[in-house]
Design a protein. Structure first.
Length: 394
């Protein structure tokens, strides 16, 4: 136990989250069992350590961070370890990468039943279905999702500002007033391309090649988050990777499932399952017509965020694709995005039509029932809104 406390103290002392994550304020910290899911690379470990730093002194033995990567846990379950920690006055146990423990959900349930004064906060992959696939956690765990940086968080980090977030309704009805508050402080378009290229994942702050780091992360998403958690045999890994690459180079459009099945030598049903897993790993986003969902064929498959587009080689980076990817990714947290096959607009929350377009394109015929999210502009008017402002949704 002493070795874990030494590691905890060192990590907390050397943690300094450079931007406040909105999720820190959204979590009900009074809950006894809290799960924080998120795609690989978005900062879940830093999130746990920052919580410890904000609420406990580094040497306070009431709080302890552990990582299931530690080989110690190959011979000892979480419940026994938590029991020893609890017996010695422990109050908050922070467990990173909980899925590395084979019986993690059963062990967490034992902790909940045995140690009523212990709070557990754990992190896991976005692929995990905490309640659907782990009935023993139903009714006891509060689940949250940590996303990559929003454009607002990226701006706050790179400029030292402290811009607030806005709801979609606030942006739609008050965007002219909001931009008048922001533009005197900064010029968003000076930073927007950097965000689209490398601003979603916090590791752009590290002194390493961002593209290589992102490629490594993308491989880990398939090799660990999909294969390990979904218990898929290793021999199928090349098929999943080849499918992902083909979807990426095809660009945002409806997938040709028959062709993809032939390319990776598997069935159409398996292709659809793999597409679902890639979406759960936050490598792609799937868009359906209203009223349809998996296993129906989607209207469009696109990469989860624009940073991923720049990491795929060789690929033709089309501005419209980048901007639509940003649009969908920005809304995905709290809103539902649909699109039917022949439409050039998106339907958000099954009621409002949106179209992503270039502000310099004078050929678009405007309609009063559509919101035009326009790129290449910093200002808007009426139903024409600057696209970058959606980066302030969280």
């Amino acid at each position: 136990m002493e070795a874990f406390f030494r590691t905890h103290t060192y990590l907390v002392e050397h943690t300094n989250a450079q931007v406040h994550r909105n999720l820190m304020d959204e979590i009900d910290w009074d809950a006894r069992m809290i799960g924080v899911k998120g795609t690989r690379g978005v900062g879940k470990t830093t999130f746990l350590l920052q919580y410890a730093k904000d609420n406990f002194a580094p040497t306070d033995r009431r709080c302890l961070y552990v990582n299931m990567n530690n080989f110690y846990f190959q011979g000892r379950g979480i419940a026994d370890f938590a029991g020893e920690f609890y017996k010695n006055g422990g109050k908050v146990l922070l467990i990173d990468q909980v899925f590395k423990e084979p019986n993690w959900s059963r062990e967490l349930r034992l902790c909940y039943d045995r140690y009523p004064g212990l709070k557990i906060v754990f992190t896991g992959s976005s692929v995990m279905r905490l309640k659907e696939e782990n009935p023993e956690l139903n009714g006891i765990v509060k689940s949250y999702n940590l996303r990559g940086f929003s454009f607002r968080e990226f701006l706050n980090l790179t400029t030292g500002k402290n811009f607030q977030s806005y709801t979609l309704d606030e942006i739609l009805h008050d965007h002219e007033h909001i931009t008048r508050k922001i533009l005197p402080e900064i010029s968003p378009l000076k930073y927007f391309q950097d965000y689209l290229h490398h601003g979603f994942y916090p590791f752009f702050l590290e002194q390493r090649n961002f593209s290589e780091n992102l490629l490594k992360t993308m491989n880990m998403m398939t090799e660990v988050d999909i294969l390990l958690i979904k218990q898929i045999e290793l021999k199928y890994l090349t098929k999943i990777k080849k499918l992902f690459y083909q979807l990426a180079v095809d660009g945002p459009k409806a997938p040709n499932v028959s062709r993809l099945a032939k390319d990776i030598q598997t069935s159409r049903a398996t292709v659809m399952n793999y597409i679902k897993y890639l979406a759960e790993a936050r490598l792609i986003n799937i868009i359906y017509p209203i009223g349809e969902e998996f296993p129906k064929k989607p209207t469009k498959v696109m990469l989860h965020n624009s940073n991923l587009i720049y990491a795929i080689y060789p690929i033709v980076v089309k501005t419209q694709d980048i901007m639509e990817t940003f649009f969908v990714n920005a809304l995905w947290k709290d809103h539902k995005v649909n699109q039917s096959g022949k439409d050039n607009f998106f339907l958000v929350d099954e009621k409002q039509k949106f179209r992503v377009c270039d502000a310099h394109n004078s050929k678009i015929r405007m309609s009063t029932d559509t919101i035009y999210m326009r790129y290449n502009t910093e200002i808007g008017r009426d139903n024409k809104i600057p696209l970058w402002l959606l980066g302030f949704l969280y």
